[in-house]
Design a protein around this ligand. Structure first.
Ligand SMILES: [Fe+2]
Length: 343
């Protein structure tokens, strides 16, 4: 097996390739690492045939939908996954063949209702059911400590003692463990009585993951994260530096349409000399009147440089072929002591 483990903070992704055929599967991909996965697959001469999510992640943004679409391959998940983009659903015990590798799905609810461990050769990908020295939490949506008890003590821990354990999370850079090592030393597995285990899990009192709402929204629907929306817009437009704009302002000849898309109060309080005002919220409805020439160079500015990126991308979509965004925003402009107008 050709094998890559890719960590993004504490989140672990895995690329498994068949040594004979070079067909591969990517497990639990993270939005932040899309280019890296594709680079690693290319380095190893692998062709990714499947993208798999072991469960609905509540703490990071899954790249499964995007990669499935980009690569034209199925997204594999548990039969209980709510994700509409999961086109290949596995039932408990079913085997997925990837080249000559055989991956066996184990339905292991508890951390989430749709949690699925995957066994391949000498290893098991334990999702958030079993972590190194811990278990997944059961206090997030669809979590259930009673189900986790069964999944751990009656399924995962009954696998071969020397099976290598690769979890979906490991915050301490340990890579992997074994079933035997976890049985011996994982503190949470020392509560072997069901009631004691459930009481321990119920009393953990963990903080909510930072991006809980956005992760559940996007992972369950296949929708975009805000960062993705901004990245997609950034990829469609050029940027102009604040230094260049400051030089244009200094020589009193902008040579372009500078469009300030903030709200009226902000514009009135102070804008770049020569700027034209058109709030983002009214952009699409007023462009025909305010920007009659689609070939003119238009530079969009806002407070922080994000809304202007979205607005410039919208203008490009509308046919303003020279729309660009200011690399920076009015906040940085003011803080640099650059000239402002209230006219
Ligand atoms: Fe999780």
């Amino acid at each position: 097996m050709i094998f890559e483990q890719i960590a993004t903070g504490g989140c672990q992704s895995y690329l498994l390739g068949c040594s004979d055929t070079h067909a591969a599967i990517l497990i639990d991909p993270n939005q932040a690492q899309i280019d890296r996965y594709l680079g690693l697959a290319a380095k190893d001469g692998l062709r990714i045939r499947y993208v798999l999510d072991t469960h609905t992640h509540a703490d990071h943004f899954s790249a499964a939908r995007e990669l499935g679409k980009t690569l034209g391959v199925p997204v594999v998940a548990s039969k209980l996954s709510p994700a509409p983009y999961a086109g290949f659903r596995l039932d408990d015990g079913e085997i997925l063949r990837v080249g000559n590798m055989r991956l066996r799905a184990l339905h292991t609810p508890g951390h989430t209702r749709d949690s699925m461990c995957v066994m391949a050769d000498d290893r098991i990908f334990t999702c958030d059911t079993l972590l190194i020295g811990a278990t997944g939490r059961t206090d997030l949506p669809t979590g259930n400590p009673d189900a986790l008890y069964d999944s751990l003590f009656n399924i995962v821990l009954k696998q071969a003692a020397d099976l290598k354990v690769f979890p979906a999370h490991d915050y301490k850079g340990r890579g992997h463990s074994t079933i035997a090592a976890e049985i011996a030393s994982n503190p949470r597995l020392q509560k072997r009585d069901r009631a004691d285990f459930i009481a321990m899990m119920t009393e953990l009192n963990l903080d909510a993951p930072t991006h809980l709402t956005e992760a559940l929204r996007t992972n369950m629907s296949g929708g975009k994260t805000v960062a993705q929306l901004l990245a997609d817009a950034s990829a469609q437009i050029p940027f102009v530096s604040m230094t260049e704009l400051a030089e244009r302002v200094a020589r009193n000849d902008l040579g372009l349409i500078l469009l300030d898309v903030r709200e009226k109060d902000a514009f009135t309080a102070g804008h770049i000399p020569g700027a034209q005002h058109l709030p983002r919220g009214q952009l699409e409805l007023r462009v025909n009147k305010e920007l009659p020439d689609p070939t003119r160079r238009i530079l969009v500015a806002c407070e922080f440089g994000q809304i202007s990126t979205l607005a410039a991308a919208t203008l490009r979509e509308l046919g303003y072929v020279q729309a660009a965004a200011l690399d920076g925003g009015m906040k940085a402009w003011r803080e640099s002591g650059l000239p402002l107008s209230t006219l």
